[in-house]
Design a protein around this ligand. Sequence first.
Ligand code: NAG
Ligand code: NAG
Ligand code: NAG
Ligand code: NAG
Ligand code: NAG
Length: 395
Amino acid sequence: MLGRSLLNFVLLIVAVTCATAQHVPPWTEDCRKSTYPPSGPTYRGPVPWYTINLDLPPYKRWQELITEKAPALKVIVNSMKDVVNAFVPSGKIMQIVDQKLPGLLGNFPGPYEEEMKGISDITGIPLGEIISFNIFYEFFTICTSIITEDKKGHLLHGRNMDFGIFLGWNINNNTWVVTEELKPLTVNLDFQRNNKTVFKASSFAGYVGTLTGFKPGLFSLTLNERFSTSGGYMGVIEWILGKRDAMWIGFISRSVLENCTSYEEAKNILTKSKLLAPAYFILGGNKSGEGCVITRDRRKSLDVYELDSKQDRWYVVETNYDRWKNPFFLDDRRNAAKMCLNHTTQEKISLSTIYDVLSTKPVLNKLTVFTTLMDVTKGQFETYLRDCPDPCIGW
Ligand SMILES: *[C@@H]1O[C@H](CO)[C@@H](O)[C@H](O)[C@H]1NC(C)=O
Ligand SMILES: *[C@@H]1O[C@H](CO)[C@@H](O)[C@H](O)[C@H]1NC(C)=O
Ligand SMILES: *[C@@H]1O[C@H](CO)[C@@H](O)[C@H](O)[C@H]1NC(C)=O
Ligand SMILES: *[C@@H]1O[C@H](CO)[C@@H](O)[C@H](O)[C@H]1NC(C)=O
Ligand SMILES: *[C@@H]1O[C@H](CO)[C@@H](O)[C@H](O)[C@H]1NC(C)=O
């Protein structure tokens, strides 16, 4: 719910604090090489797979996964509560979340309402808190997404999921509290109908939307947060006031992955639907030229920037800034990623060299929870948990 200027202001404060605390560490580095297969201090470990059976009623779909992950989910929901209570110590806000939020927001469309109710009942976490956990990602996801095309027209899609800024810093080991707590909740999901994969996603247990996923053979999709002064909070207010024609961004991505059957159909929906919050959709297809960054306002698409082999545009990169504007000077992951892609060259691009780019600071930073690599035509989908030991920038 933050405008860009507020984000920048807070980053500046954090930067000054970090700089004085640890006398200006090297926050950037030369493009990494030979980091794949993942190992060493920036690799935390593998991510487990779970099947979500779409043939089950929505209320029951998450039962197995959530039963296993309930303790970790409680930890993070409590941390988010602590943050809220730190701002408004009376506990009033959480009281409203628990008692009033489900009523205020009314029913969510599609399977989401019942899925969240199921998760709430299994864990015993109040529905309002599960809804908050699901809404959080609409506002705080700071990421890097890349789509590349090699000389043969083969597409690859990679992303770093960065999450947890503002939500508390652990001074014992220089980490973000929520970023660390999300690592044990990180899961790969295989959504199936009739025992067959419909789409795959990497996500956090308890979250029913999708921010990272692909449909084997057809398309891949990642979502990055877009900060804007007419930001998501306006959409939420309109929603509460009863104007419910717009889609939550994490939910529209899931619907597209679940129900669209081509790159073109996905692109059409993602450019045209009304959204609750601004966003960047990074969409890849299954053949040459099918890769784009869609810059979204709440009501319309502002820009669709596509791969174009005729113009030697063999990659697209999106972090959290409009491509026609400079990134905030303390957060230039975009140029770092582009520089390393240029350095790699189109001849040498592969999942392994994309992992190198996504492992280079500050593209890799202390908010990075995981890295996902996707090859739509080969059906490859890999997710790795990350760490960024000191010296490493906070975002
Ligand atoms: C930092 O400390 C927290 C809390 O003790 C722990 O959960 C987390 O795994 C630690 N992170 C690293 C990278 O050591
Ligand atoms: C899916 O597979 C399981 C076990 O292999 C089987 O029991 C079940 O009937 C199958 N379901 C469908 C919808 O085909
Ligand atoms: C996908 O379409 C089916 C059939 O129309 C619908 O029941 C389901 O809710 C849709 N899924 C999502 C995530 O919107
Ligand atoms: C690529 O996607 C299109 C739909 O956009 C589909 O018709 C076609 O079969 C796909 N190609 C392959 C090789 O899977
Ligand atoms: C990467 O290469 C392109 C094309 O040569 C160039 O326009 C761009 O400035 C380069 N970017 C960086 C960050 O090196």
